[in-house]
Design a binder for this molecule. Structure first.
Ligand SMILES: *[C@@H]1O[C@H](CO)[C@@H](O)[C@H](O)[C@H]1NC(C)=O
Ligand SMILES: *[C@@H]1O[C@H](CO)[C@@H](O)[C@H](O)[C@H]1NC(C)=O
Ligand SMILES: *[C@@H]1O[C@H](CO)[C@@H](O)[C@H](O)[C@H]1NC(C)=O
Ligand SMILES: *[C@@H]1O[C@H](CO)[C@@H](O)[C@H](O)[C@H]1NC(C)=O
Ligand SMILES: *[C@@H]1O[C@H](CO)[C@@H](O)[C@H](O)[C@H]1NC(C)=O
Ligand SMILES: *[C@@H]1O[C@H](CO)[C@@H](O)[C@H](O)[C@H]1NC(C)=O
Length: 379
């Protein structure tokens, strides 16, 4: 055999061997910050020696022999985070529990067991996931932004509209890696001037989950000081959680489910009259301090629908239509008064011009005659 063909031969042997051994790896998916179990078992447990290694760099993760944990060789990175199920070892269960999972824990692990019957190695592939917790969506002017933090692996972000639009959405997404190797994702979209009646949704997905946030068309309400009802627009009332906010910060009201009782924050107690089944908020006893943006958030495990409503309070105690009627009424009154005055003056002038017939006329008009009488006396 030539050197070339023997090299190829060994290369094939090694590749096949690696494929077989890596196929044998147990895949474990762990969630950031949580506990995670790396499974391993042994047929024989007499005089058992257990060593757990992380393969990249041959890091000592955990050891057990002489019937107790041995921390002497343990790497700093795993200090106080590893444990075996002591009551299970005698049954051959030598699984390792890892607490406070970090992205750096990702990789291939070796479970090495040594007993009187011999040695055995098994391998575990650990993957870390940091699922989407919350998707933030906001609009300032024509720019809409969507963001989420602390995700792993690198998430995907997509924008959609409701109803669906064939217009191409223009947006820019950036993902930043933090020191903890997590991703913060951020995308901004220019809202089209041409198409007004669209709700925009942003979906962020990782391998483990996906969450969608929808911003319903912002609307505004001109309300009276006495009472107003703000709709929480959503076609979907099956969403479980309700939250009302003021000016993107202060929490006004929360409700944890459709049948749960709502809780009003202390500073809004005197202003909240109630909340309807669909989530509409009724406010009362308002002052200029309550002018601003009200946000309704309806959510369930995978979706949040956000609706912004800008509330402007009307001067005076009336609604728009009432004040319009008021204005019409006032104009009519003033008009009548002016007309009356003109008539009065005209009459007076006529009287000044008239001759001796006048007193007779005045007398016939009853009380008024007495009023005019002194004037005539002066003639
Ligand atoms: C080992 O013990 C743990 C804790 O009781 C258990 O969750 C796990 O399923 C066991 N594994 C095996 C392979 O029996
Ligand atoms: C989008 O659809 C409308 C009608 O539904 C059509 O008139 C318009 O040309 C379409 N625009 C594009 C970019 O496809
Ligand atoms: C998103 O990115 C833009 C520009 O890169 C930045 O101005 C903005 O503050 C970021 N928003 C968030 C929520 O991180
Ligand atoms: C993101 O999208 C790409 C292409 O569509 C896909 O290959 C990848 O698996 C996705 N990643 C996640 C975290 O869903
Ligand atoms: C309403 O919510 C349910 C469950 O959350 C979902 O399956 C359904 O698609 C939603 N309907 C609409 C119109 O968004
Ligand atoms: C209305 O508001 C005032 C102060 O803003 C408060 O003193 C009063 O108790 C409130 N009335 C009701 C009915 O809550």
């Amino acid at each position: 055999m030539s050197t070339v063909s023997s090299t190829v031969f060994w290369w094939i042997i090694i590749s096949v061997w690696m494929l077989i051994t890596s196929r044998g790896d147990t895949e474990v998916s762990c969630v950031l910050m949580q506990k995670c179990m790396l499974p391993c078992s042994s047929q024989d447990v007499t005089q058992i020696i257990i060593h757990w290694f992380k393969m990249s760099g041959d890091i000592h993760v955990h050891s057990f022999y002489n019937n107790k944990d041995q921390h002497g060789y343990q790497d700093q990175r795993f200090r106080d985070r590893t444990s075996l199920f002591k009551d299970q070892i005698s049954k051959g269960n030598v699984s390792l529990q890892l607490a406070g999972v970090k992205v750096q824990d990702e990789g291939r692990y070796k479970c090495h067991i040594s007993t009187l019957q011999g040695n055995r190695d098994s391998f575990i592939n650990l993957n870390v996931n940091a699922p989407v917790q919350k998707v933030n969506i906001q609009q300032t002017g024509n720019q809409m932004t969507c963001s989420s933090e602390g995700l792993y692996p690198k998430p995907n972000l997509t924008w959609t509209t409701s109803p669906p639009s064939n217009m191409s959405l223009q947006y820019k997404t950036t993902a930043q890696e933090t020191q903890q190797l997590l991703y913060n994702i951020n995308s901004s979209l220019m809202v089209s001037e041409r198409v007004k009646d669209l709700d925009y949704s942003c979906t962020i997905s990782t391998h483990r989950n996906r969450k969608r946030a929808t911003l319903s068309r912002a609307s505004s309400v001109i309300s009276s000081y006495t009472e107003t009802t703000l709709p929480c627009s959503s076609s979907n009332t099956s969403l479980r959680k309700l939250l009302w906010r003021f000016n993107h910060g202060q929490i006004i009201l929360t409700k944890t489910g459709p049948d749960a009782k709502y809780t009003v924050s202390e500073r809004w107690k005197q202003h909240v009259r109630g909340v309807s089944e669909s989530g509409s908020l009724t406010l009362q006893n308002l002052s200029a301090d309550q002018e601003g943006t009200y946000t309704c958030e309806l959510s369930d495990a995978s979706e949040t629908i956000t609706t912004n409503i800008f509330v402007k309070l009307n001067q005076g105690n009336s609604t728009n239509i009432e004040s319009a009627i008021g204005w019409v009424f006032a104009v009519v009154l003033v008009g009548a008064a002016v007309a009356g005055l003109v008539l009065f003056c005209k009459k007076k002038r006529d009287k000044k011009l008239c001759s001796s017939e006048c007193p007779k006329l005045s007398i016939s008009s009853g009380r008024r005659a007495n009023f005019y009488a002194p004037e005539f006396a002066n003639f």
